[in-house]
Ligand binder design. Sequence first.
Ligand code: NAP
Length: 254
Amino acid sequence: MDNLFDLTGKVALVTGGNNGIGLAMASALGQAGADVAIWGRTESRNSDAADVIGSHGGEVLALAVDVSNEAEVVDAFAATVDAFGHVDSVFANAGVGSGMTRFEDMTTQEWRYVFAVNMEGVFWTFRESVKHMKPRHGGSLVVTSSVSADLGFPRGQHYAATKAGVRSVIQGIAVEYGKYGIRANAIAPGYVETGMTEPVIDSEAFRAKVLPRIPLGRFGVPGDFDGIAVYLASDASRWHTGDTITIDGGFLAK
Ligand code: NAP
């Protein structure tokens, strides 16, 4: 049997691929043989990440892109296709956290900022992806959701709403574009140690409250998402679409 997880000859795009979960997924995709494009706003992090991903031997393209800017997304998607000729899988992973503001104090500006990055950024990234993938009759779209979509999430109603909303988006894409061979799925991480969660995970009170609720006994690390990224970019997931895959150490089950 061929190696179902071999990504040689495939091209993967990871937004927010310069840090945290996105960087781990991009590195794993490169290690499995894919050429990889990453998008992020911070040029220095982009180039450091490109060195890490490129150490596996594939081609890497790192572009400075703010996914909350429609024109930047449109241009960057075209530049990615120009560089590699095609794109097979797109991981819309770029995201910002909640800011932990009390609901009663939340400003419209803060609410809209989280929606602009986590929701509109996903919309524009997937819209451009679908335009490219439909005539090619194939592609895999993956969004990074969150278990916060399944919980009452205090001081993060806007964040959780975007993470629930993107699941509806992928379900709709899965139904509308399945006939064109396009698959769409969401990954829902639990609490993972990254730049985004550092301030909360470092707090003793938070650790004491949440760790006992994780059956596997620890917070996640970015590398815990290597396998799911390669699976969803590969032919191993060829009949898997419209789904949310929860990876949380068992947190939601408890
Ligand atoms: P992270 O380490 O802070 O990474 C966030 C990434 O998104 C960075 O590469 C960042 O790069 C990029 N980004 C942020 N805003 C952007 C924008 N406007 N345009 C383009 N790129 C942007 O956080 P992470 O934990 O790995 O988060 C990755 C995804 O996982 C997010 O969607 C997050 O909501 C989700 N998630 C995380 C957890 C967790 O516990 N960590 C749990 C559930 C879901 P630049 O700053 O350079 O732009």
